[in-house]
Design a protein around this ligand. Structure first.
Ligand SMILES: Cc1cc2nc3c(=O)[nH]c(=O)nc-3n(C[C@H](O)[C@H](O)[C@H](O)COP(=O)(O)O)c2cc1C
Length: 227
């Protein structure tokens, strides 16, 4: 069902959800969302994005296969370095604050590494969501093309928000590409940029009380009128 959220309201009200109800999103709603997202702009209309959605028993099998690898001690091996690599200064600090905010709500001390590790694993349980999406583009492409995929991903999150569907974009879902390739239909020659868990929010879950703040406008934009 489509709500009456404006784009402004959808952007203001969306947040990352990390605990979901098991109920699946109806297939016609899913198809509608991705069909509208096709219309977003891209560099020279190259449309480099591909999304592979995994649901039902395929979703469960994928979770199992990823955990078999984690259990065997396999380290994450994303095709491209994750967004957390090489952060410095303010960016590093924001990453730390983001993690601290999440741990605080979950009652975990920042110094408690085993508890943090356990929480991290929820990424590959898709936070209990009934669906996981994997966003890929040709491996030969570059950062400018990833920008197009980012536009696609955010548009999908907003279309979902409009329909009362919660989501969590996840760089973590690019960490174990092999089992994803075994189960999801990733086009030949594509590499995974990120994933997304989605479904209906568990309104009782603590994890969903997390709210991240943002830098003020003056720190992220400049407006020059005269030289
Ligand atoms: C590209 C991208 C990758 C992300 N990767 C993860 C992830 O692997 N795990 C996770 O829990 N959250 C992940 N997030 C969610 C961010 O932590 C979240 O968007 C940020 O803290 C702002 O919070 P909000 O989405 O609730 O507004 C990711 C977000 C983006 C845009």
């Amino acid at each position: 069902m489509t709500s009456k959220l404006s784009i402004t309201e959808a952007i203001r009200s969306r947040y990352s959800v990390r605990a979901f109800l098991p109920d699946p999103v109806p297939e016609d709603v899913l198809h509608e969302i991705f069909d509208i997202a096709r219309l977003v702009p891209s560099n020279s209309n190259t449309q480099p994005w591909h999304v592979a959605v995994v649901s039902g028993s395929a979703r469960d099998a994928l979770e199992k296969r990823i955990f078999e690898r984690i259990g065997a001690g396999e380290k994450p091996s994303p095709t491209w370095p994750s967004g957390g690599v090489g952060l410095k200064g303010d960016y590093k600090q924001r990453q730390i604050d983001c993690a601290r905010g999440y741990y605080e709500v979950m009652g975990i001390e920042y110094e408690d590494r085993p508890a943090r590790q356990k929480l991290l694993l929820n990424n590959w349980r898709f936070f209990g969501a009934p669906h996981a999406a994997f966003f890929s583009m040709p491996e030969t492409m570059h950062r400018a093309n990833a920008l197009d995929v980012g536009i696609f991903v955010q548009s999908i999150m907003l279309l979902m928000a409009e329909r009362g569907i919660a989501s969590c974009p996840q760089g973590a879902l690019a960490s174990y590409p092999e089992p994803v390739r075994e189960i999801a239909e990733i086009p030949e020659g594509n590499a995974i940029l990120c994933g997304m868990s989605f479904g209906y929010e568990d309104p009782e879950a603590k994890a969903n009380e997390v709210r991240m703040d943002r830098e003020p406008l003056a720190r992220i934009a400049s407006f020059t009128n005269e030289v």
